[in-house]
Each structure stands twice: as structure tokens, then as C-alpha cells.
Design a protein around this ligand. Structure first.
Ligand code: C2E
Ligand code: MG
Ligand code: MG
Length: 795
């Protein structure tokens, strides 16, 4: 999943969750707020209701008291005969009552006798309608009288009730004596009358309307009236609003004379919260989408796109100056990352192009630069500016290895650093310094350097630079107070149009440098036509060998080795042949040397060993009883893998190791160095025999022989060839004596005539090989001549 996808998949759920939680929480808060608001509203309304009730109660109560205590009422009531009272007959009382209830909520006033019979009825209804008994008349009368008896005073009892239309009313009943003026009637309760006043409770109606207006019609109200004595029953109240278990809101008011409650069902309480729920839900949804899109846009434009462009720049950036990154002057993280990459690439570029020791351009940088430069040299622009030549100097320090060996690598490194510095100075002062760039002077490897001179006037100028470099070593090269005998060999190659590439030009200069070394070192040589031909030949030989090796076209010739006196066949030496090169008269003497200058020799040696072992097995099966001698390059003594490889091959072949001799040319063997001796010992440990080939031509001091774990010396054919020459004769004698001294076998090669053979045999050289006895033969001829008619002797 890439970053964009991850952002998409992770951010969306997080945003939705965040907004949903926020929406839910705010909804809950809002809901609680709504419940609080409604609770407050109901309790506030109930409180107002209570206040209005109190006011209404007091005014109504006092209304009846005022009427009954009115002097005129007392007087008239005293005069009239209550038992036969008819309001139409006594308009005075009626009008008095009408006046007293005028502008009030009183609906009716009835006066009854102590048995509850209506003596007078007044109401605000149709005067001609039938007289309606106020509700609970009998109970009122009873309560009023009981109260009187209990308190001995005329006082009021009251209660609430709901009429058939559901309208709340308050009823007051007050006992009184109609004969108050005449005598004390305290014990004549049957003389008492009771006035019953019914009053509409408008405050309740208003309250209910208000609540319904707020919540709707489904709100229920209930009232439980009780009879209460006294006139101010609604003094105290206990108002409560609670959220019931079913989430409906219940408001209650305990007024003493009644218990009033209002119930708002849950869905009405939640009516406004439901809307807000949808509002919260849809806002959360919209906010989620908007935030998501916005975040996506921000992340894409501010993070992902810059990272992608950085990634593409980094991908396209290659070392050697092709830095696609540019420095950004912003201060954000991506710009910082970009700049960090920029510096990293620049540093890497710097490191990748330089030689760590000398700070000159390294081989990679030099070759890349040279390639580019040569492309330019081929352009019209360059050619038009003629005369301008392009020369390449290949410098190799002579005897530098000895500085390392004798004074340590630190001194060697110091010498290379000082040389690099001086080389740069010399080059810059010898030619126009503007034409010398950083990449023009390079350390290619070890003690190999190269200088490109891009704009010079002919070979003379290049030779002048070479002379100046060689002159640096006149009188020795001083490092840390010690003068070292180091010199330089220089090859000069002038660029010509037929040179195919930078590596070709380098190879030409390299060839010229080798020529300088071959010609005695401490000098320069120019790459000439002759050298060019030599180079071409080398290339042809390398190509041919590689091709024949890969296609298994190389061949082995067989050179028999005989016992010098009996001339019995004791073994043979395999000699490599390249059919293509043989046709051009190029033998192993030439091509092995060339193969040794590349890694080709390792492959060739292994191929020869393989093929030799294979054919040796076959020949032994056919009855051959001698040994096998195989030539290997002395370079294998630097190859740590060689001994294990040989051991494996011999093991796989199943051949007895002592039947196998490996010939190493003595010429190539330097003074016994520990590594070579180690590898020789490893080979010897396999059980094979080691032969020092071309013995006498090399540098082996005879007393050093003891250090070499060898079994056999092969006298070089140059000594055999000229055995008549006295000092050569002497040499042969010495070698044979030496061999005897060290208990080594001796083989003489290149025996071409009887004189040589006899002499060698007389001197005690046990084994011989040479054209006199047999030329190197192809396998079939060798078979024909030596396997089928045999005279073997185990040497
Ligand atoms: P070498 O090992 O000393 O081989 C002997 C060379 O002397 C062979 O030359 C052989 O043909 C030649 N020779 C022997 N007797 C006479 C003689 O009586 N008269 C004359 N004129 N020449 C004689 P060749 O085959 O040309 O080999 C040359 C060198 O090439 C060898 O010298 C050896 O150093 C190398 N070489 C040959 N084959 C191989 C190989 O398979 N592997 C490796 N690494 N080197 C090989
Ligand atoms: Mg040999
Ligand atoms: Mg030889």
C-alpha cells in the first residue's frame, strides 16, 4: 500500500470516528440541556401557577367572607325567611351576591341549609336554567359544620375539583348563621346555613395551555383534591420536576389542598432533540467529508507530491555531476529532506570521483571524463580550432614496491601523496594551466597515474611534460628525510580519429609505458605504429584464446620424457596448442605470456589440468604406466584458490597424486615469498610432485632451493642447446650436482642430438626430453608411437 492509499484508508475512519464522537457528545450535551431547560420551564411554570393560585385563593376566599360579613347581608339574612327564600322574591340578596362576584372568576354561589338543601342559588349561567347543585354539596355542608363544631367559629373549607368539561375549579364552603343579630346560636347548629362558592381556576387553565403550547396535546395533567379547612390552604407548596425511568418529565406540585401533576411523555421531551440529532448527524457527515477532502488535498499537495518529485529526482540522479536535485530555500520538512539529499549526493559524488589517498580523480571518474572529452574532440568545433592535439600520459612508478616493502605502507602512501602534488604542479606549469581540469590528472591504481593533456601543440609538448615528470626523480625522491630510488616509466599516446574509445587510448598509453619499462625504465616511450601492431596482436591473441577456451577448441600436445640411458618412456609433458594461433605460427611461448597479463591464464590452467587428467586416465587404461607432467603459470602461486581446486580435480579423477607433476617456470619465480611457498606446500600436500621448469634461467639463488618444496629440476633447453659452450657445460654440471645434493630428480629438456644426450647421461641426468627423441605430438600420434609398442620404466 503506498502512502496515498494509506492516507486514504487510515484518515477516513479516523475523521468519521472523530466527528461521530464529537456529534454524539454534543448531541448528549444538547439533549441534557433540553431536559434541563424543560425541567426549568415546568418548575418555573408550576411556581407561577402556585403564586397565581395563592392570589386567586385569597381573593376568592375573602370574597365569600366579605359577602357573609357584610352588614347589609347580615341584616337582610336576618330578616328573610330562609326556608322559603326564592331569589326572585328577594332581589336584594341576589343583587348583593351578584355585586360581590362581579368581575371575578366565581361561577356560582349557593346557600344551603344544614341538611344541604339549596336555599339560594346564584350562578353566572342562564338564569332560567334549572338550578344545579354544586358538586359535593353534602360533603361540604358536613365538613363546614364539623369544622364549626371543632373550632367554634365560622370558617371556610375548600377543595379543588374538575368539572365534567375537565375545567379545574375551587370550591369554598362557609357556614354562617342567618340570625346573627338576634341571639347566640352557637348550640343551634340546625339553624346554620352554608354558603358554597364555586370559582373557575383560570390560572390552572392558563398553565395547562402554556404547557400544551410548549409540548403538544399529549401532556397529561392530574389533580387530587382534598378537603381542607381554613381559608389559606395554598400557602405552602412542594414543587418537583423529575425525569422518570421511561424518560418522561413529571412535574408535581403538592399544594396541601391538592396534589397536581403534569406528565410530558419522552417523545415530546425529545421532540427538539430528535431534530438536533439529525442536525448533529448530518453536520458530522458533512464535516467529515469536507475535512477528509481538505486533508487529502493538503497531504497530497504539501507532502506526497513534494516527496514524489523528490523521489523521482533522487532516482534520476546518478553520480558524476548528474545531480537532478536543487537546493530549496523553504524551511519545511520535505525541503529539509530534499536539501539533505542534495548534500548527500554532492558528498557521495565528491567521494565517488576522488582517490581517497591523493585526492586526485580516481580511475572511474577519469575514464568517464575522458570518454566525454573525446566525444568533444571529435566534434567540428574542436577540429576547427586546430592545431590542438590530445595526448594521454600513462605513468608507472618504478621500484615503488620496494619502498612499501622496506619502509612500510605509510611511507609508500606519503610518497604517492607527495608525488601527486608535485605531478599536478609540474603538469600545470608545463602546459597552459587553464586546459588542466580536476579530472585531467588521475591515480588509476597503486603506483599508476595518468595525465590527459587536452589542448597541446603536437607530440613535442607531451614529451616535454613527460621529461619534466621524469626529472622530478633526478637524484632520488625524498620523503620524510629519506631519499628513495624511485623512478617513473611513462607511455605517451596521441589521440587519433581511429581510436574507438577512452579505454583504447588508455590501453595505447599503457602499452607505450610497458615499452618504456622493457626498454630500461626511467624513460618515456611514445605509442607508435609498431606498438600499435603489437597491441593489435595482443588483442587478437586474447580474443582467440578466449573463444577457443569457451568453445573447447584448445588442444594438448604430448612430449614424451625418457630415462636417459635406457631411453625407456617414463612420462610425458602436456603442452598447450591453439589451432588458430598455431596456423599463424604463434605458440605458447607468446600466447601464455599474453594470457598471463589478464585473468585468462587462470581459466587456461584449469582447462589444461582437466583435459590432461582426463586423457591421462584414458591412456593409463590403455596401458600407459608413466607419469603426467602439466605446466602451470607461476602466477598461480599468488592464487589462494588454486591448490584446493587442483586437489578437488585430482580427487575426482581418481588418479594417484604422485603420478602428477606440476611444472612451474623458474624464471617467473621471485625470491621465495611466504605466500608462494605456502601454496607450493599446499600443492605438495596433495601428494603431487613439483618441478622447477627452465631451471637456471631464473633468479633462484641455488642456496635458496632449500626453501622450495620441489621434487625435480628441469634444466632449461638454452643450456642443453649450447652444451658445447664451456660455461653452459659448467652450468649443467652444477645443476645436476645440486639436484643430487638436495635429493632432487633432474630432467633435461631440448635434447636435439646424440652428443647432448650422451653428455647428459654421462653427467648423471636421469631423464631427458627433446626433439631428438620425439617432438611434441598430438594425442593420436602419441598413442600410435608409444602406447601400442611399449617399453616402460617407472621413473
Ligand atoms: P616449457 O614448459 O619449458 O616447455 C618446453 C618447450 O620446449 C615446449 O615448447 C617444447 O616444444 C620445447 N622443446 C622441447 N624440446 C625441444 C627441442 O629439442 N628443441 C626445441 N627447439 N624445442 C624443444 P612450447 O610447447 O612452445 O612451450 C613453450 C612454453 O610455453 C613452455 O615451456 C611452457 O612454459 C609454456 N606452456 C606450454 N604449454 C603450457 C600449458 O599448458 N600451460 C602453461 N601454463 N604453460 C604452458
Ligand atoms: Mg615445461
Ligand atoms: Mg622448459
Amino acid at each position: 500500500m503506498n502512502l496515498t492509499q494509506r492516507v486514504k484508508f487510515f484518515i477516513l475512519p479516523i475523521i468519521i470516528l472523530t466527528f461521530a464522537t464529537a456529534g454524539y457528545l454534543s448531541f448528549q450535551v444538547f439533549r441534557q440541556h433540553q431536559v434541563d431547560y424543560h425541567t426549568h420551564f415546568i418548575s418555573h411554570s408550576l411556581y407561577h401557577l402556585h403564586e397565581s393560585l395563592q392570589i386567586e385563593d385569597r381573593s376568592n376566599n375573602s370574597q365569600l367572607s366579605t359577602l357573609l360579613n357584610n352588614n347589609e347581608f347580615i341584616r337582610i339574612s336576618d330578616e328573610v325567611n330562609w326556608d322559603y327564600l326564592d331569589y326572585s322574591l328577594n332581589p336584594a340578596i341576589y343583587s348583593m351576591i351578584a355585586r360581590s362576584v362581579e368581575n371575578s372568576a366565581t361561577q356560582s354561589i349557593h346557600i344551603t341549609n344544614n341538611r344541604g338543601r339549596i336555599l339560594l342559588a346564584f350562578d353566572d349561567n342562564d338564569p332560567f336554567s334549572e338550578v344545579q347543585l354544586p358538586p359535593h354539596t353534602e360533603e361540604f355542608v358536613k365538613h363546614a359544620l364539623q369544622h364549626f363544631l371543632l373550632t367554634s367559629s365560622f370558617s371556610t373549607v375548600s377543595t379543588l375539583f374538575r368539572d365534567s368539561d375537565g375545567i379545574l375549579k375551587i370550591v369554598y364552603a362557609r357556614s354562617f348563621s342567618p340570625r346573627l343579630l338576634q341571639h347566640d346560636l352557637r348550640n343551634k347548629t340546625n339553624e346554620y346555613l352554608v354558603a358554597i362558592q364555586v370559582t373557575n381556576l383560570d390560572s390552572f387553565t392558563t398553565f395547562q395551555n402554556q404547557i400544551r403550547h410548549e409540548f403538544g396535546d399529549e401532556v397529561t395533567f392530574s389533580v387530587q383534591p382534598e378537603f381542607f379547612p381554613g381559608s389559606s390552604q395554598i400557602d405552602q407548596t412542594d414543587i418537583n420536576v423529575t425525569l422518570s425511568q421511561d424518560k418522561s418529565l413529571i412535574g408535581s406540585m403538592d399544594g396541601g389542598a391538592y396534589f397536581y401533576s403534569v406528565k410530558v411523555p419522552k417523545h415530546l421531551v425529545d421532540k427538539s432533540t430528535t431534530t438536533s440529532f439529525y442536525l448533529a448527524f448530518s453536520s458530522a457527515l458533512v464535516m467529515s467529508v469536507v475535512t477528509y477532502l481538505f486533508l487529502l488535498w493538503v497531504i497530497k499537495t504539501q507532502i506526497i507530491n513534494p516527496i514524489l518529485s523528490l523521489e523521482s529526482n533522487v532516482r534520476e540522479t546518478t553520480l558524476s555531476g548528474n545531480n537532478k536535485l536543487i537546493l530549496l530555500d523553504k524551511n519545511d520538512e520535505v525541503s529539509k529532506l530534499n536539501n539533505a539529499y542534495y548534500h548527500l549526493v554532492s558528498n557521495l559524488d565528491h567521494l565517488a570521483s576522488r582517490d581517497v589517498l591523493t585526492d586526485l580523480a580516481n580511475r572511474r571518474q577519469f575514464e568517464t571524463w575522458l570518454e566525454e572529452r573525446l566525444k568533444f574532440v571529435n566534434t567540428v568545433e574542436f577540429k576547427d580550432k586546430k592545431p590542438q592535439d590530445f595526448a594521454l600520459l600513462f605513468i608507472d612508478l618504478d621500484k615503488f614496491k620496494q619502498v612499501n616493502d622496506h619502509h612500510g605502507h605509510e611511507t609508500g602512501d606519503k610518497l604517492l601523496q607527495i608525488f601527486s602534488k608535485r605531478l599536478t604542479d609540474v603538469v600545470k606549469t608545463s602546459v597552459s594551466s587553464s586546459s588542466i581540469e580536476f579530472s585531467s590528472i588521475a591515480r588509476l591504481a597503486g603506483d599508476e597515474f595518468s595525465v590527459a593533456l587536452p589542448k597541446i601543440n603536437g607530440l613535442d609538448e607531451a614529451e616535454h611534460v613527460a621529461q619534466q615528470i621524469i626529472a622530478m626523480f633526478d637524484g632520488g625522491f625524498e620523503v620524510g628525510g629519506i631519499c628513495h630510488d624511485v623512478k617513473a616509466s611513462i607511455g605517451i599516446a596521441m589521440y587519433t580519429e581511429n581510436m574507438s574509445s577512452a579505454s583504447h587510448l588508455l590501453k595505447c598509453a599503457d602499452t607505450a609505458m610497458y615499452q618504456a619499462k622493457a626498454n630500461g625504465r626511467n624513460r618515456y616511450e611514445v605509442f607508435t605504429k609498431a606498438l600499435e601492431n603489437q597491441l593489435k596482436l595482443t588483442e587478437t591473441i586474447e580474443d582467440t584464446l578466449l573463444e577457443e577456451l569457451l568453445e573447447n577448441q584448445l588442444e594438448l600436445y604430448y612430449m614424451p620424457i625418457f630415462e636417459s640411458r635406457s631411453l625407456a618412456l617414463v612420462g610425458y609433458e602436456t603442452l598447450l596448442r591453439s589451432p588458430t594461433l598455431m596456423a599463424k605460427d604463434i605458440g605458447p611461448e607468446t600466447f601464455i605470456q599474453i594470457a598471463e597479463s589478464s585473468s585468462l591464464i587462470k581459466k587456461i590452467d584449469l582447462w589444461v589440468i582437466d583435459r590432461s587428467l582426463l586423457e591421462f586416465t584414458q591412456l593409463r587404461d590403455e596401458g600407459f604406466g608413466g607419469y603426467l607432467s602439466v605446466n602451470i603459470s607461476s602466477l598461480e602461486l599468488k592464487n589462494k584458490e588454486f591448490a584446493p581446486q587442483v586437489a578437488l580435480k585430482i580427487k575426482q579423477s581418481g588418479i594417484e597424486p604422485s603420478l602428477i607433476h606440476l611444472e612451474i617456470t623458474e624464471t617467473k619465480l621471485a625470491a621465495p615469498d611466504a605466500d608462494s611457498v605456502l601454496i607450493l606446500n599446499q600443492l605438495r600436500d596433495i601428494g603431487i610432485k613439483l618441478v622447477l621448469d627452465d631451471f637456471g634461467t631464473g633468479y633462484t639463488a641455488f642456496n635458496q632451493l632449500v626453501h622450495y618444496p620441489v621434487d625435480c629440476l628441469k634444466i632449461d633447453r638454452s643450456f642443453v642447446d649450447t652444451i658445447e659452450v664451456d660455461h653452459h657445460k659448467k652450468m649443467v654440471e652444477i645443476i645436476i650436482t645440486l639436484a643430487k645434493l638436495y635429493g632432487l630428480r633432474v630432467v633435461a629438456e631440448g635434447v636435439e642430438n646424440e652428443v647432448q644426450l650422451t653428455y647428459l647421461a654421462d653427467q648423471g641426468c636421469q631423464f631427458v626430453q627433446g626433439n631428438l627423441l620425439s617432438h611434441p605430438l598430438p594425442l593420436e600420434q602419441f598413442r600410435d608411437r608409444f602406447i601400442r609398442r611399449v617399453n616402460y620404466s617407472n621413473g
